[in-house]
Write a protein that binds this ligand. Structure first.
Ligand code: AKG
Length: 291
């Protein structure tokens, strides 16, 4: 006869494990469910940065449009100024905060090595000495425990509408007095560099510091200027963009037809006073891991 109020020995034995297992399953379902719910389409599966979550809290958009599965339920604004159409160059004031810039510098500082160049056929380290004299390091967003690079990467994807996985790792650069990067193209002309699996479409520079004097990013051929003279690639002329901490600069290396934009030639003028820190992200036409 069943005695009410008393638990059978079997129930006593399996009761606790069952409760524990169901709690675990419940927790896992909740955890993964919330990940799916709050996934950011720009991130292509990368975790959504906590900075972005904070920024979105409480945002309501009365005129938000119905959106697709990968879209967003609110409008955003990232202020920008068009600096040039030839090359297509856009400036983003206050793209990052001073604290975020300092945090990136703090991580990169200990890892700096002399910057290197992608060599053309016939070029060697020896005969290209002096073209790029900065120090630098490559940093992926996942290497930054503060999630600052994760936030910046996400913001670059939103500003450019180029998916995150098309970006190479950040190249964090430091220029000391006299250091520079002579004018060059970021895209690789196959006739000079050999066949390419993918191509750099655009570059996004985040200025991590102000520079007291010099250190501008220059575009010597802006709007076709100086193209008809025999330009010395070391010369700092044309459109000059003065670095301001936290501001971003985007320019396209390819024209809309996919060919290299000759006016996208650019470089860094020598630093005259102070120090220049910049984070470059090169954006490709294909997933950057395929290189
Ligand atoms: O430092 C700059 O302003 C330019 C950097 C650059 O040209 C590059 O990283 O390709």
């Amino acid at each position: 006869m069943k005695v009410s109020g008393r638990r059978s020995p079997w129930r006593k034995k399996v009761g606790l494990p069952i409760v524990l297992i169901s709690s675990l399953l419940f927790f896992l379902a909740g955890f993964y469910g919330s990940l799916l719910l709050f996934r950011d389409p720009a991130s292509n599966g990368a975790p959504r940065s906590r900075f972005m979550e904070v920024a979105d809290v409480g945002e309501t958009d009365p005129v938000a449009m119905s959106h697709g599965e990968t879209g967003e339920d609110h409008s955003s604004s990232i202020p920008f100024q068009i600096l040039s159409w030839k090359p297509r160059a856009v400036y983003y004031p206050k793209f990052a905060t001073a604290e975020q810039c300092q945090s990136i510098i703090g991580i990169a500082k200990a890892k700096l090595k002399p910057s290197t160049l992608a060599l053309r056929k016939g070029e060697t380290e020896e005969n290209t000495k002096g073209i790029r004299t900065s120090s630098g390091t490559f940093l992926s967003a996942y290497e930054d425990p503060t999630e600052t690079l994760n936030y910046i990467e996400e913001r670059i994807a939103r500003a450019t509408m180029i998916p995150r996985d098309h970006g190479e790792a950040f190249n964090i650069l430091r220029y000391e007095i006299g250091q520079k990067y002579a004018s060059h193209y970021d895209s690789f002309n196959p006739s000079e560099y050999g066949p390419q699996k993918s191509q750099r479409v655009a570059s996004f520079l985040l200025y991590l510091s102000d520079v007291e004097e010099g250190g501008e990013t220059m575009f010597p051929f802006e709007n076709g200027s100086n193209m008809d003279i025999s330009y010395d690639y070391q010369q700092c002329i044309g459109l000059k963009v003065k670095p301001r901490q936290g501001d971003g600069l985007l320019f396209y290396s390819l024209l809309t037809n996919g060919t290299i934009d000759p006016t996208s030639l650019h470089g860094s003028c020598p630093v005259i006073k102070g120090e220049k820190w910049v984070a470059t992200k090169w954006l490709r036409d294909k997933n950057a891991d395929l290189n």
